[in-house]
Ligand binder design. Structure first.
Ligand SMILES: [Zn+2]
Length: 214
């Protein structure tokens, strides 16, 4: 049984960047764990921590995630330091994931950058052999620093991804409802175009061993 640990800065990040891939891995028998580093409390939409956690659990069910782990760091203030790295270290020791997925280090959101640095630190010395950074969303600058090498055909799971995004009702409304869905759908179509798939998600490979293939 292969295991995946997705590490996101905020409760609603992972389905936007890699929801189709996570749903595909889960459907193929992987155990998927999702660590959310901040509570998302300072978000511009004034909703409670509990509501965002409830939404995260609902989304986990839609994507087929086995367990969501909530840390409670302050949104917008996420720091890479020894304290948080040793907390995530303990989780990695417990789960022993084969694959880690997080944000891209050149993402313009400071929390996303920190989450990717934390992931790189905890995967040191081969503790996690496969390390992927998800695609930053094009509405933020710096997307051109993203160099995708690993493309996942999500044609079978695009609807699951879009429904997961809709289930985050607070964020779905904040980003314009079906307008957001239209943009995410177009992004997946565009990445799919590169590979001859109808829909794709893609990742920058930080490193990858041969166990996923051989
Ligand atoms: Zn985020």
């Amino acid at each position: 049984m292969k295991k995946i640990l997705a590490v996101s800065a905020h409760p609603d990040d992972m389905e936007l960047e890699s929801g189709g891939t996570i749903a595909k891995f889960a459907r193929n028998g992987y155990d998927v764990y999702h660590l959310i580093l901040t509570s998302g409390y300072k978000d511009r939409v004034s909703i409670s921590v509990k509501q965002r956690r409830d939404e995260a659990k609902e989304v986990a069910d839609i994507l087929g995630i086995k367990e969501v782990i909530f840390f409670d760091y302050q949104d917008t203030e996420l720091k890479t330091n020894g304290e948080i790295i040793s907390k995530v270290d303990k989780l990695v020791d417990k789960i022993k994931p084969d694959v880690c997925i997080s944000h891209h280090p050149f993402d313009s959101h400071q929390d996303h950058k920190a989450a990717s640095e934390i992931m790189f630190a905890v995967c040191r010395q081969g503790r996690v052999k496969n390390l992927l950074s998800g695609s930053p969303l094009p509405y933020r600058p710096n997307v051109f620093a993203f160099r995708p090498q690993f493309f996942v055909d999500i044609t079978e799971t695009i609807e699951i991804k879009l429904n997961a995004i809709r289930a985050y009702s607070s964020q779905y409304e904040k980003f314009g409802g079906e307008k957001l869905i239209e943009c995410i759908n177009a992004m997946a179509k565009n990445y799919g175009w590169a590979m001859g798939y109808k829909y794709a998600e893609c990742f920058e490979v930080i490193r990858m061993d041969d166990s996923l293939w051989l």
